[in-house]
Design a protein around this ligand. Structure first.
Ligand SMILES: Nc1nc2c(ncn2[C@@H]2O[C@H](COP(=O)(O)OP(=O)(O)O)[C@@H](O)[C@H]2O)c(=O)[nH]1
Ligand SMILES: [Mg+2]
Length: 222
């Protein structure tokens, strides 16, 4: 079997759209809707097969800090893919996707933004009667933002949750192999919470580029 791959994924979106429930459903096949993540940046692990390759996913969820838009640098650092989640019954959460995407780009500095593996997820599909965002509207936004794949899910009823995460892994892997050609090891270590990520292949050449300043801001650098 070929070398094990590691992928870091992050989930962004307004508070209440269902990020934690999506992750819980994906990782444990359960959605109780009442799990509280631990304080601070929090991630879950899952091992999956993607195109005959074993992949270790590390999926980062917020611990509620999204309300204050105060996600630390460790959250974004070296992310291989990013899910932008909104609630189809809450138009405002859809409008805020642009802000989340911009925040991600500013913090993760993911190189060529147009080819970055974003996935947009419109969650709470089981509440179709309360829908405020049409599929067409969402698809148009995705098209205008570099042809981002779009999924409608129900974290509660486990509709299309696996497919959305699988898409993230697939596109991230594809891009990862392309980037591997260019990635030289960066020697910035000891970055506070980011230490956890040092187990990961540091393909984040671009991530590290914009990050040094931010790390200093957190008082955790070097
Ligand atoms: N009906 C419905 N409710 C959901 C769904 N996903 C999450 N929820 C509920 O929405 C609320 C917020 O979910 P949560 O995962 O905590 O959102 P987060 O703040 O984005 O992490 C909880 O009461 C969940 O049970 C879904 O697909 N359908
Ligand atoms: Mg949450």
């Amino acid at each position: 079997m070929s070398k094990k791959q590691f992928l870091k994924m992050v989930i962004l979106g307004d508070s209440g759209v269902g990020k934690t429930t999506l992750l819980q459903q994906y990782v444990t096949q359960k959605a109780t809707g009442n799990s509280k993540p631990t304080i601070g940046a929090d991630f879950q692990k899952k091992e999956v097969m993607v195109d005959n390759q074993q992949v270790n996913l590390q999926i980062w969820d917020t611990a509620g800090q999204e309300k204050f838009q105060s996600l630390g640098y460790a959250f974004y650092r070296g992310a291989d893919s990013c899910a932008l989640v909104f609630d189809i019954t809450n138009h405002k959460s859809f409008e805020n996707l642009a802000m989340w995407k911009k925040g991600f780009i500013e913090n993760a500095s993911p190189g060529d933004v147009n080819t970055y593996p974003f996935v947009v997820i419109g969650n709470k599909l089981d509440k179709e009667v309360n829908r405020q965002v049409t599929s067409q509207e969402a698809r148009q936004w995705c098209k205008d933002n570099g042809d981002i794949p779009y999924y409608e899910t129900s974290a509660l009823e486990n509709i299309s949750v696996d497919s959305a995460f699988l898409e993230m892994a697939k596109t991230a892997l594809k891009r990862g192999t392309q980037n591997a050609l260019f990635s030289l090891p960066e020697s910035i270590g000891g970055a506070g919470g980011a230490i956890k990520l040092n187990n990961f292949e540091d393909r984040g050449g671009a991530g590290a580029k914009g990050g040094a300043g931010k790390k200093k801001k957190n008082g955790t650098c070097c």
